[in-house]
Every structure is written in structure tokens, then in C-alpha cells.
Design a protein around this ligand. Structure first.
Ligand SMILES: CC(=O)SCCNC(=O)CCNC(=O)[C@H](O)C(C)(C)COP(=O)(O)OP(=O)(O)OC[C@H]1O[C@@H](n2cnc3c(N)ncnc32)[C@H](O)[C@@H]1OP(=O)(O)O
Length: 395
């Protein structure tokens, strides 16, 4: 299967081929793909010279534990026509992408997986998680006092100017697992709400100096339901103020918070713990390390320690054993021939990298081999992040 880059003039053919892979028709909103980067698309070509598969990548920044911000490629728009599946088109595009990402000097790539069975073979592992929280409004009395000072203003999405972009950008730099939303996305209204300009109400929180420091994007989705696309806030106090605002909405029986991180405190703030029901617990960002020493030394670390990792990477045909040493928040990572504490494959390393998946869980699951009984919990302490990584950007 021949793989070739797309050209700027082929955007329509690219989107048509992608839509056919998903059995969608062109009425899918045109803005959904409008942030695609012209020079980062690939076609898989059939023998008779027709495009039968697509893949692309966005240029994002990802925040690592310790508030380090790094460039990453975000794999997207992957599709192969149903008539040409299981002949290696995806595998050929993935091989090409991994080589391209390394050539760009990147040491990490990320994606959102349409199905969980597709991407492990290419070295990606689920690394951040998200869930939906449905709160019955009439049971939602708070058990904790109000702490945020400031005010809330109600706007329509179309009247927000650059407020959302600025608030999101400050938030994402401090949250492990969060991706940038490049200006191009906001300018194009690309992707999903609130970047897309689909009708939404936006509750903007401003601090005591009137500077926006949080927002909630929501709409009325069923006769008495408010669905919240996202709450983005500088800190927990602002996030709670926005959640209170939504839960005080008259004529509403339930509020659905679509995207909550695993460490979301809201249920613990309510008098009635059962007023909030968790559902839709799912993986979100999948991570793949392209250069293990660079990736391990780039993130922040919060506990001193040493760990020998033996990593098998079948997709790249590579194998390495590394000594990771953390002292005072700084890590070194060098090849070693010491006996491994953990033996794992690249996708499981991707899963534990941001601190959102406990290594000991993967040991208990039988995915990762521990060299001695304490290895799993030792790795848990080492890999933990300052808070659970979370990503809510759709791409
Ligand atoms: C980041 C994103 O964009 S996510 C979106 C992914 N796209 C979609 O879900 C759209 C619908 N699906 C498709 O277009 C195709 O089925 C794809 C892209 C998932 C797979 O493309 P193909 O060209 O058929 O994959 P390819 O032939 O390279 O398969 C490689 C291997 O993965 C396996 N595989 C591929 N797709 C799947 C799947 N959905 N479930 C389980 N295994 C799969 C194949 O069996 C093969 O295994 P093998 O190496 O053991 O033989």
C-alpha cells in the first residue's frame, strides 16, 4: 500500500474519503475538520491510484506533570474505506507517521481512539480518563461554604470574543494531560463546543479585578436537563462557583457535567453524596513515547527513587532497558543492564507516563511484569502526578 502526503488542493477529497470511512455524509458540519493542517495529511493509495485511507496530525502542546509544556503530534482523521480494510493501510500510515514525528524531533504523540482495540499495536496506551456526572438539582445542597469572590456574567457563545481562548490557555498550562487549543481552532470555530460556534450559553466567571478566570459552556438538552460541555477554571474555587451557578438554575431537574476528571471534588462538596451519579467512565487521551529517555526526563517528578524499566516496542522493532533515577524533582534516564524492576511494552509505558494509570494496577492485571514484590507500588509512588491528568479537548 503506497502512502503519500496530501496536497493543499486535496482537502475536499481528504474529507470525503474520511467521511466514507465513517459512513457519514457531507452534511457533517464543515467546521468539524477545518483546523486540519494542510501539510500534515496522508493518503493510503490503492493500486489503481485512488485514495482509500486517510490520516493526519495536529501540532499541539501537551502539559506534563510538573507543568512542563511540550510539543506533540495529535493523530486524527484516521479512516480506511470499508472496501479496503484489513490489508495493512492503517499499519502503513502509522509506520509513516511515527517516522515523521521523530523526524520533527518530537518525543511523544497522542490520539483519541474510536475503538480501544486499534492502537495498542502501534505503541499507544490509554493515559487519561474522564467521566460524566449527573446531579439531581433538588438534592444538590452544598455542604461546603462559598469560597470564590468575583462575579458571573452570562453570555452567548457568539458574543464571547477571545475570553474563552484566553481562559482555556491559562488553564491548560497548569493541568497535566491538557492539550493546547491553537488559535487556528478558535479562529475557524473548529471541532466541538465551545470552540465551534454552535449555540451555547457561556457563564463567565470574573475575579475581584474583573479579569475572566473561568467559564462554563452549557445548553438545555432535554425538557429539564442542562448539559455542560465543560467547566474551565483557574482553580477549584472558581470551578465550584460555576457548578453552583448551574445547579441553581430554575426549572431544571438535572445537570449533566459531560467531562469530569477522576479527581473531581463535586460529589464530596454535596450534602447528599448520592445526588451525583457517575457514568460514561472512559479513556480519553492515548499516549505514545517516541524517545523514552527524553520523555522520562522531560516531565516533573515528585518523589525520589530509582527504577529499572525494560521496554519492548514491537511497532518500532526496538527494545531498551533504562535506569530512571529521580533526585529533587529532576530525572536522569540511561541505558543499563541491571535486572529490571518492571518489564513492559511501549503502550503500557504510555499509559503510566502521565501518572493517570497506576503501574501496580497493570502489574495486578498481568500486563506488566514486576521483578520483585515491591516494584509496582514503588513505581506508583514515582510516576504519580501532582493531580490526576485530564484532557477534554476533542480532536
Ligand atoms: C485517531 C483516530 O482518528 S481514531 C479513528 C479510527 N477510524 C475509524 O474508527 C473509522 C472506521 N475504521 C476504519 O477506517 C478502519 O477499520 C481502521 C482505520 C480502524 C483500520 O484500518 P485497516 O487498514 O483495516 O487496518 P490494518 O489492515 O492496517 O490492520 C492492522 C491490524 O489491526 C487490526 N485492526 C484494525 N482495525 C481494527 C479494529 N477496529 N478492531 C480490532 N482490530 C483491528 C487488524 O486486524 C490488523 O491486525 P493484524 O496485524 O494482527 O493482522
Amino acid at each position: 500500500m503506497q502512502i503519500r502526503p496530501t496536497t493543499g488542493e486535496e482537502f475536499d477529497v481528504f474529507v470525503d474519503t474520511l467521511h466514507a470511512a465513517f459512513a457519514r455524509f457531507p452534511e457533517t458540519p464543515a467546521t468539524l475538520w477545518s483546523a486540519l493542517e494542510e501539510d500534515r495529511g496522508l493518503f493510503a493509495m490503492s493500486e489503481d491510484g485512488r485514495p482509500v485511507g486517510t490520516a493526519a496530525a495536529y501540532s499541539f502542546e501537551l502539559t506534563l506533570p510538573g507543568e512542563t509544556v511540550i510539543p506533540v503530534s495529535g493523530v486524527t482523521a484516521v479512516g480506511v474505506l470499508p472496501s479496503h480494510r484489513r490489508r495493512g493501510a492503517l499499519s502503513a500510515m502509522m509506520r509513516r507517521q511515527l517516522a515523521d514525528f521523530r523526524a520533527r524531533g518530537e518525543f511523544l504523540s497522542v490520539l483519541l481512539a474510536s475503538e480501544a482495540l486499534i492502537y495498542r499495536r502501534f505503541g499507544y496506551g490509554p493515559a487519561t480518563y474522564t467521566h460524566r456526572l449527573t446531579v439531581q438539582r433538588h438534592q444538590a445542597a452544598f455542604a461546603v461554604p462559598r469560597t470564590a469572590s468575583g462575579s458571573i456574567e452570562l453570555l452567548r457563545r457568539s458574543d464571547c470574543g477571545e475570553i474563552l481562548e484566553e481562559v482555556y490557555d491559562r488553564y491548560r498550562r497548569a493541568r497535566p494531560g491538557a492539550l493546547s487549543r491553537p488559535h487556528r481552532w478558535w479562529a475557524e470555530g473548529a471541532g466541538q463546543s465551545p470552540i465551534s460556534t454552535a449555540p451555547r450559553y457561556i457563564a463567565v466567571h470574573r475575579d475581584a479585578d474583573d479579569v475572566p478566570d473561568g467559564y462554563a459552556c452549557y445548553s438545555h438538552t432535554a425538557p429539564s436537563t442542562l448539559t455542560v460541555d465543560e467547566i474551565i477554571a483557574a482553580d477549584d474555587a472558581v470551578s465550584t462557583a460555576l457548578a453552583r451557578f448551574l445547579l441553581e438554575h430554575d426549572l431544571i431537574t438535572e445537570v449533566v457535567f459531560k467531562h469530569c476528571p477522576p479527581d473531581h471534588p463535586l460529589r464530596w462538596q454535596l450534602e447528599d453524596f448520592r445526588a451525583g451519579e457517575v457514568s460514561g467512565d472512559t479513556d480519553w487521551l492515548w499516549v505514545r513515547l517516541l524517545d523514552i529517555p527524553r520523555a522520562l526526563t522531560a516531565r516533573g517528578w515528585f518523589t525520589d527513587g530509582e527504577l529499572v524499566l525494560d521496554v519492548e516496542d514491537p511497532a518500532l522493532g526496538e527494545h531498551g532497558r533504562y535506569l530512571l533515577t529521580v533526585r529533587g524533582g529532576e530525572a536522569t534516564c540511561v541505558p543499563t543492564d541491571r535486572e529490571p524492576d518492571l518489564s513492559l511494552d511501549a503502550s503500557d509505558l504510555g499509559s503510566i507516563y502521565l501518572g493517570g494509570t497506576l503501574p501496580s494496577k497493570l502489574v495486578r492485571a498481568g500486563r506488566v511484569r514486576a521483578g520483585h514484590p515491591d516494584a509496582g507500588v514503588l513505581a506508583d509512588a514515582l510516576f504519580r502526578a501532582e493531580r490526576s491528568p485530564h484532557c477534554l479537548h476533542w480532536f
